[in-house]
Ligand binder design. Structure first.
Ligand code: UD1
Length: 395
């Protein structure tokens, strides 16, 4: 069986890494020593079972990187941190409008599918590469597995929501991370037989790499103390595409930095807006002089995990960070009006505050004054989701 997993943007890498490892583990456990490539009648010996994906398989698991994210700090560092092999295919599509990006991925991915003729493709999450590759595959009659299926924010203006709905509607195997996903898919008429509640592959990566994160020097490098700083990530178009709003966000962070040190790894999308602002003149805040407000480049997986684990508070609009902070029991304020991951609010430490920055400030001050939300770890977020997926696919 030949399977191609797709990665495109930063949040995809930590989801595919455990799936890749689970395929390797499956092959080792089943003592696969040789493989027959499609179109060939010869059995090729597998020289070393723990070598790269495409030589270590009875299940041949290949990785296709669309190149949606291409900066070293948005992509390469994650392959290193997550011990992923170099992608078998790199489409190099880069940035563009939604239509351009999606269309370029489709054109390039179709060539790979026609050449490779996989039995199945695996897509993860909700980025443009997810819908582009699943649509390309189904049109060629190739089966699609969607990992992190069923999540719904109910906000159709969010590009990811459209990607989620469309991808789920054409997928053959839908792997769900939390119970709300089961209800959403049922409501949309997806047959139960295609839907599997398996847990959260991103949490698989987190659990696997936590010991490494504990050895990270990142807190020392930024002179941060455990449980005595805020970690901020904001990159959603709804928050950062308006320069006026970015100014307000920076003013809020400047104010909060009187209370705690703040570290804000800045996404390229947010950075381009910040760069266009003439901050010293317009905002009366000189970021270079405020040592308590650290704006820095995007940070790699292991170091970022260390920053999340040790933060007193995380302020974010990311989907994945809501889940990671819930698993780690770290206080999280989500600067969005809705979440497709309600379990992080109902069971976890996440508070959905909305985009009104006065309310964000109020909620943040409460946490910094010790008013914490207690939480628990959602069902099946146990480090074994990828193994469940591989078992189900093989069965
Ligand atoms: C994408 C995903 C979003 C995810 C986010 C994580 C979609 C619709 N959105 O948003 O769900 O949360 O990734 O980061 O797929 N850029 C660079 N270097 C890069 C990548 C991007 O400079 O390596 C800049 C480009 O100017 C680009 C902009 O960032 O136009 C946005 O990138 P894009 O991939 O379109 O979407 P994200 O905002 O990153």
């Amino acid at each position: 069986m030949k399977i191609i997993s797709v990665v495109g943007a930063r949040p995809n890498f930590m989801k595919v890494a455990p799936i890749h490892k689970a395929f390797i583990k499956f092959n080792i456990e089943h003592q696969v020593t040789s493989i027959q490539y499609p179109g060939s009648s010869t059995q090729h010996p597998v020289p070393s079972l723990v070598r790269r994906s495409n030589s270590a398989v009875g299940i041949q698991h290949l990785i296709c990187h669309t190149g949606q994210h291409y900066d070293e700090k948005m992509s390469k560092v994650f392959f290193e941190d997550l011990e992923l092999p170099k992608p078998d295919f790199y489409l190099g599509v880069g940035s563009g409008s939604h239509a351009e990006q999606t269309a370029k991925v489709m054109i390039e991915f179709e060539k790979i599918l026609l050449n490779e003729k996989p039995n199945l493709i695996i897509v993860v999450g909700d980025v443009n590469s997810t819908i582009a590759c699943s649509l390309t595959a189904v049109k060629l009659g190739i089966k699609v597995a969607h990992v992190e299926a069923g999540l719904r924010s109910g906000e159709r203006k969010m590009p990811e929501e459209i990607n989620r709905i469309l991808t789920d509607s054409i997928s053959d195997f839908l792997f769900v991370t939390e119970k709300s996903g089961l209800e959403n898919l049922k409501r949309e008429g997806v047959p139960d037989s295609n839907v599997f509640f398996v847990g959260n592959v991103m949490i698989d990566s987190l659990i696997h790499y936590l010991p490494k994160a504990d050895k990270s020097n990142i807190l020392y490098n930024f002179q941060l103390e455990t449980c005595n700083y805020c970690l901020v990530t904001l990159h959603r178009p709804s928050n950062v595409d308006s320069p006026e709003n970015v100014k307000k966000i920076l003013a809020l962070l400047n104010e909060l930095s009187q209370k705690r040190k703040i570290i804000f790894p800045v996404h390229p999308r947010t950075l381009s807006v910040i760069n266009d602002l003439n901050l010293t003149n317009n905002l009366n805040l000189n970021l270079n002089l405020n040592l308590n407000l650290i704006l820095t480049d995007p940070i790699g997986y292991i170091d970022f995990l260390a920053l999340t684990k040790n933060a007193e508070l995380v302020i974010t609009d990311s989907g994945g960070i809501q889940e990671e902070s819930t698993y780690l029991g770290v206080q999280c304020i989500t600067v969005r009006d809705n979440t497709e991951r309600p379990v992080t609010v109902v069971e976890g430490t996440n508070q959905l505050i909305g985009t009104d920055l006065e309310k964000v400030k109020e909620a943040a001050l409460k946490v910094l004054n010790g008013e914490n939300k207690t939480g628990s770890i959602p069902e099946l977020w146990d480090g074994h989701a990828a193994e469940r997926i591989v078992k189900l696919l093989i069965n």
